[in-house]
Design a protein around this ligand. Structure first.
Ligand code: 0XW
Ligand code: MG
Length: 367
């Protein structure tokens, strides 16, 4: 059973809650790439990836779309039932560029699991029942605005929050204090600097917030910097931007600086590579967040399937991107409930994409 057709669509996805700021940069929405891979029998697999502008990851929308157009002809004629082999073929054809490969790889997993007649979670080894907690990011702003937004998110049923810090440490201390005071004590807080601090910023902040309950996420960009912070920080430390591959994770674990890891599918390079690091993180006893840099319904379905196939004990939380944006790109994605993400039923990703809703493909290739 071969892949006989591949399409690329683009979708602009404005943020439902207005502009989003982190690491001092602001974006108005996600600029998403959606890939469809069709098998000989007409089964179609879907994948989605969107960077956050150009600043967040080593990717930007125009390059991502161009890279996907370059790679799609490579998958024509490949097996529709062997996604890991397809991932290798992408790596042979293009060095690096994980964000370019992500939606293609995701579509290959959707296709193969649909062909097998099982959900992607089952195809990946089996779904474990249990909650998939959602968190919501509180976009960087002045402390009072962030506290008000945090309250609103809790009222909207989010039970876990991420506070965007990584700016001036004195102001960041106030951000954490204001949000902590605005929400119930049982709402876990993650202070996420997105790698924005210098070591001295992070050390000062950690020192000034000893009395507050929160987890620290990606204080500085490099491993060496984060090691200096971790040595003097009693808080659990989650790494996100610092873990792009297996070796990063092993180094962080060996140096004892990581308690949890945030894996963004497009930053890692697709479902295949994300599962490799996810499984290593499980074996190392870390907490795991699987999410992405952006997207809407298709992307949320994929993170739901990946979280569902992660043991409950290791699950941290994920995002409901379909509710971050004003446009959907698939049907049958269940609503969230009590701050949790529900896993769509049915084969593959479990959602139904109507290509007519996506407009004309920007690129199409066939056998
Ligand atoms: C919260 N996110 C997952 C959404 C954006 O893509 C980036 C990321 C973040 O850390 O802000
Ligand atoms: Mg993060």
């Amino acid at each position: 059973m071969k892949i006989v057709e591949a399409r690329l669509y683009r979708q602009w996805q404005p943020f439902a809650d207005g502009p989003y700021t982190c690491r001092g940069q602001t974006e108005e929405g996600f600029d998403s790439c959606i890939v469809a891979l069709s098998a000989e029998d007409g089964t179609v697999g879907w994948g989605e990836a969107a960077p956050l502008g150009a600043f967040y990851a080593e990717a930007f929308p125009e390059a991502m779309a161009a890279g996907i157009q370059r790679l799609l002809p490579e998958v024509i004629g490949l097996s529709a039932t062997a996604p890991a082999r397809l991932s290798d073929a992408l790596d042979e054809a293009m060095l690096g560029q994980p964000a370019v490969k992500s939606a293609i790889d995701m579509a290959a997993w959707d296709l193969a699991s649909k062909r097998a007649g099982v959900s992607m979670a089952d195809f990946l080894g089996g779904l474990s029942d249990g909650p998939i907690h959602l968190y919501r990011s509180v976009s960087q702003a002045d402390p009072a605005t962030m506290a008000a937004k945090a309250k609103e998110f809790v009222a909207r049923d989010y039970r876990r929050l991420q506070v965007k810090v990584g700016a001036d440490p004195l102001e960041d201390v106030e951000r954490i204090r204001a949000v902590r005071a605005a929400v119930p004590a049982n709402v876990p807080l993650y202070a996420d600097a997105n790698g924005g601090w210098l070591v001295e910023d992070a050390l000062r902040l950690v020192d000034m917030t000893r009395d507050i309950d929160y987890r620290l996420e990606q204080p500085c960009m490099t491993h060496a910097e984060n090691m200096q912070v971790a040595r003097r920080c009693a808080k659990p430390m989650v790494l996100d931007e610092g873990v792009s591959g297996f070796k990063d994770l092993l180094a962080a674990h060996q140096d004892g600086i990581v308690s949890g890891v945030t894996l963004k599918i497009a930053r890692i390079g697709g479902v295949t590579r994300t599962c490799l690091i996810r499984d290593a993180a499980i074996a190392l006893g870390l907490s795991v967040t699987i999410e992405d840099t952006g997207g809407s319904t298709i992307n949320t379905a994929a993170t739901a399937q990946l979280m569902a196939s992660t043991p409950v004990r290791n699950r941290a939380h994920t995002v409901d991107f379909m509710n971050w944006v004003t446009v959907q790109n698939a049907q049958d994605m269940p609503q969230t409930r009590d701050g949790m993400l529900l896993v769509p039923d049915g084969p593959g990703l479990g959602v139904r994409v109507d290509p007519a809703l996506l407009g004309e493909p920007v690129f199409r290739t066939e056998i």
